[in-house]
Design a protein around this ligand. Structure first.
Ligand SMILES: *Cc1c(COP(=O)(O)O)cnc(C)c1O
Length: 385
């Protein structure tokens, strides 16, 4: 197995205290004071009106789509450069995803592609029921342009901020621009509850409905009365306790991940053919993952080969997400590229590498990773001549 992971959990040491308290008071599940507190603290932190703690980020996306009444035959636009969990809930609802390409400055949803897609959609009377915009690897998308377009066409926005908790765009937290935002506390994310997610919104009525749907949609009656289909999506009180302890160290985790990025940048950015994922002006990314691209013409080494070199040394690195419009699961779905000739997400997939970025990655470990990267890139460029 690996000795250095891409993004392992990083406990603070305080989690046990919250878990013990839950045990002592027998608030094991399903509800309990940690859940309420965790929701309040996340909402306060990102400056949203409210939050609903759920079992995963995927569940939070699904709830957002349910609240927007996305149903069979509807269309939902979604960033193409993302993890499959961004789009799976569209399928849960029987709706049809339409994938939107990235743009070079954020690697996130291209406003140009989105505008083309919306213009065509309005012409055929097929405007989407929602737009799911992803903040990849912690970098905020161009929210001004995206929100302007969606407001113009009156399409609700769901922000998949699973990877970008704590990142800001013009001083505002990602996840709080759209009608709904979602965060993930999966084991690999910037903070973790081992598994979990959060739905945030300024629409308190919708959040109350989300709680209702997430707890099997029980109508108010002492017996079990149901008039709506619901889900079992609530977070447990124990996991919310872990979340409270993790939230206390979120700022530290962001600083540590940004420091990891800086160390890679300092030692590798001068290499001709290496380019790091940019940070858009007026945004602060949590640098959940450090990602870079390799120009194979200049370096004569492919991302796959770099990943293999690291793997041989028990170090985990990964390609950038495979765009969803290239996945066989979504064969036949519509896709809008950045421009007629530019397919940004595809290029990023073919050239990108994600490096070990854990907030608990020691300087010594990172130095070893950097040395391997330097030698593999140097030997390869020598072999061109
Ligand atoms: C992790 C992740 C999700 C899903 O979160 P889970 O909590 O694992 O369900 C969704 N979207 C993106 C972009 C993610 O990285």
């Amino acid at each position: 197995m690996y000795q250095i992971y891409l993004s392992p959990p990083h406990m603070s040491g305080e989690e046990q205290r919250y878990i013990q308290q839950a045990f002592q008071t027998n608030w094991i599940a399903p509800v309990g004071p940690n859940i309420d507190r965790f929701e309040q603290e996340v909402a306060l932190y990102v400056r949203a009106k409210g939050a609903v703690a759920v079992s995963s980020g995927t569940a939070a996306i699904h709830l957002a789509l349910s609240l927007l009444e996305v149903k069979k035959g509807d269309r939902v636009f979604c960033s193409t450069l993302t993890f499959v969990a961004s789009a799976n809930p569209i399928l849960y609802q029987g709706a049809e995803p339409v994938f939107i390409d990235s743009e070079p400055d954020t690697w996130n949803m291209s406003p140009r592609a989105l505008e083309r897609a919306l213009k065509e959609a309005v012409q055929i009377n097929q405007l989407p029921k929602a737009v799911i915009v992803v903040h990849l690897y912690g970098q905020s998308a161009r929210m001004n342009e995206i929100m302007e377009l969606c407001q113009k066409y009156k399409v609700p926005v769901i922000e998949d901020a699973a990877e970008s908790l704590g990142s800001t765009y013009r001083g505002q937290y990602t996840g709080t621009f759209g009608d709904f935002g979602i965060y993930s506390f999966n084991g690999n994310k910037i903070i973790t509850t081992s598994g979990g997610g959060m739905l945030v919104s300024n629409n308190e009525e919708a959040l109350n409905k989300a709680k209702f749907l997430a707890t099997q949609a029980r109508d108010p009656a002492i017996h079990y009365e149901h008039s709506t289909m619901g889900y079992n999506y609530r977070m447990s009180n124990i996991l919310a306790g872990i979340g409270l302890a993790q939230l206390n160290v979120l700022q530290k985790r962001i600083e540590a991940r940004r420091a990891v990025f800086q160390r890679y940048y300092k030692r590798l950015s001068h290499i001709n053919g290496v380019a790091f994922m940019p940070e858009l002006r007026e945004t602060i990314t949590n640098r959940w993952l450090t990602a870079l691209t390799i120009d194979c013409d200049k370096l004569n080494i492919k991302p796959k080969e770099i990943i293999n070199v690291l793997k041989k040394n028990k170090i985990e690195a990964r390609p950038v997400w495979k765009p969803l419009h290239l996945q066989s699961l979504f064969k036949g779905c519509l896709y809008y590229s950045h421009s007629e000739v530019e397919h940004i997400a595809e290029t990023l997939f073919y050239t990108g590498v994600c490096l070990p970025s854990g907030s608990n990655l020691s300087v010594g470990e990172q130095t070893a990773v950097i040395k391997l990267l330097q030698t593999s890139m140097m030997t390869s460029s020598h072999s061109i001549v």
